[in-house]
Each structure stands twice: as structure tokens, then as C-alpha cells.
Design a binder for this molecule. Structure first.
Ligand code: SAM
Length: 216
């Protein structure tokens, strides 16, 4: 049927249809079935890293949080089509959402792929990876748990490295934190694009202290 002229469809309000975390405390250990390691993907954007990681780590239970409701909704549709119940996605600010999350020490790995697309000084407070978010991640990570951060912006990479180095609960791998390749077998959309364009990617790996037995 031809669309009726002058009667546009009402705009989709992604804010209303995007998947949302429950109000109040969030129990990460009960969001997805099974007993596999819990992983977080912060700001997953178009979601490639979630789906590739689900394939690379078939036991992992992966919780993604994305600020943009539209992307969270789209990724949720794809997740449902694939029947991937080990992957859970929420729209929202990861800082607020994970502040309400527990149990402490329940997360094995945190991925932060290409965060913080804002450049202006007045947008500094939007930056996700700052000291207080690192406190939240340190609380949630198990001893020896991994924090992986990557970006194509050198100045940001240096800033993240300095922040992580200054945090008492993290140890940068090899003392400096830089790793040559993504060790997790899952690329994000931005990472794949950077690889295709031949752009450098700055990759940082840290672990939650105390290190305990080596994390895989
Ligand atoms: C440059 S994009 C990278 C997307 C994806 N990780 C990738 O590498 O392709 C940064 C993403 O982080 C999201 N983001 C920024 N701040 C956030 C926050 N506080 N909580 C959740 N997501 C956030 C943005 O909406 C955006 O989708």
C-alpha cells in the first residue's frame, strides 16, 4: 500500500523501546543463564564486539551498556534474532548503571573499545573512563580480572594509561600496559574500521589487584 501523503509515521522513540536495566540494585550474576564468567562491554555502539566475543568465548555471559538508545535497541533486535541469551544489553549511562551493579568481585573482564567520542573541554564530564568509573570497575572486577581499553586517539590512550597507572587497584600489564594485538578474539566496529584504514590502535591491558592466579 502506498504511504499516505502528509501523514508521516510517528517518529520512533528509541528511548521508549530500548532495553533498560531494572530499577534499583542490579545483580549481574542473575542477568544471563549459566555460570560462565561475566564480562562487560562499555559503550558497544553498533555491537560487533559483543557478537564476536560471544562466539570467541562460548561460556561467557556478556553484559553490554550503550548510551545511545537507538544502538542498544538495534543490537537487542539482532541478539534476539540470534537467540543469544548469554548476551544482555542495556541502554543507559554505564557510569550510573554499573554504580548500582553487583556483586562486588563478580566480573572477569571489562572491555572499553574506543570510548569517549567527545573532544571539547566543556564535554569533559561526559568522559566515561575517569577515576570514579575506574573505582566502580575495580569494585566489580574479581582479583586478577582484566580491564582492556583501546582507542585510535593517542592522547586519549596516554590519558587512560596514566589514570589506570594511578589507580591503586590495577596493575598495567608488563608495567606499561601496551599490548600489540587485541587478545580477546573480538573486534569492535571502530577497531575493524581502523584496521581496514591502516590506522594505529593503542591497546591497553590491566588486571585487578591482587592478581591471584593468572587470568586467561
Ligand atoms: C566511539 S564509539 C565506539 C563504539 C564501539 N565501542 C566501537 O568501538 O565501535 C563510543 C561509544 O561509547 C558510547 N558511550 C559514551 N559514553 C557512554 C557511557 N557513559 N555509557 C555507555 N556508553 C557510552 C557512545 O554512545 C558510543 O556508542
Amino acid at each position: 500500500m502506498a504511504p499516505r501523503v502528509g501523514r508521516p509515521e510517528p517518529p520512533v522513540r528509541y528511548d521508549e523501546i530500548a532495553p533498560r536495566a531494572p530499577d534499583g540494585p542490579i545483580d549481574l550474576s542473575s542477568l544471563a543463564p549459566g555460570g560462565g564468567p561475566i564480562e562487560l562491554d562499555i559503550g558497544f555502539g553498533r555491537g560487533r564486539s559483543l557478537f564476536e566475543r560471544a562466539e570467541a568465548a562460548p561460556e561467557a555471559r556478556i553484559v553490554g551498556v550503550e548510551l545511545k538508545a537507538k544502538w542498544a535497541w538495534r543490537v537487542e533486535q539482532r541478539r534476539r534474532r540470534l537467540g543469544l541469551d548469554r548476551v544482555v544489553v542495556f541502554a543507559g549511562d554505564a557510569r550510573d548503571l554499573l554504580d548500582r551493579a553487583g556483586p562486588d568481585g563478580s566480573v572477569a573482564r571489562v572491555f572499553v573499545h574506543f570510548p569517549d567520542p567527545w573532544w571539547k573541554k566543556r564535554h569533559a564530564k561526559r568522559r566515561v573512563l575517569g577515576p570514579s568509573f575506574l573505582d566502580t570497575l575495580a569494585r566489580l572486577l574479581e582479583p586478577g580480572g582484566a580491564l582492556y581499553v583501546q582507542t585510535d586517539v593517542e592522547a586519549r590512550a596516554l590519558l587512560y594509561r596514566d589514570l589506570i597507572a594511578a589507580h591503586a587497584d590495577f596493575a598495567l600489564d608488563g608495567g606499561r600496559g601496551w599490548v600489540e594485538a587485541n587478545p580477546f578474539g573480538a573486534r569492535s566496529n571502530r577497531e575493524a574500521r581502523a584496521d581496514e584504514d591502516g590506522l594505529p590502535v593503542y591497546r591497553l591491558l590491566a588486571h585487578r589487584l591482587p592478581l591471584g592466579p593468572p587470568a586467561p
